[in-house]
Design a protein around this ligand. Structure first.
Ligand SMILES: [Zn+2]
Length: 90
């Protein structure tokens, strides 16, 4: 299946791999769920445990990018890491 790169806008060639990158995330609150973890202990007694729920992140927007843009982004991230390392050393 072909796809359109979210950065350069080029349509992929056949069998070209897509890289997914997360553009936006949103906070997600997972509710407490009572008695959802059901199992038996060593003695064979049925046990039900609650799922405590909690707070996490959920992907809100994701784009597909072509291999050359993925390489360019990795290079850019590598450069940023190098710069931050340099700044940290001084
Ligand atoms: Zn691209």
């Amino acid at each position: 299946m072909s796809f359109k790169c979210g950065i350069c806008g080029n349509t992929s060639k056949p069998h070209q791999s897509a890289t997914r990158i997360v553009m936006e995330t949103r906070d997600k609150i997972y509710p407490v769920r009572m008695g959802v973890h059901k199992f038996r202990n060593r003695l064979g007694t049925k046990i039900e445990k609650d799922d405590p729920g909690g707070i996490g992140k959920e992907i809100a927007k994701e784009i597909l990018i072509c291999p050359s843009c993925a390489v360019a982004m990795n290079v850019a991230e590598g450069v940023l890491e190098e710069i931050s390392k340099d700044l940290g050393e001084k």
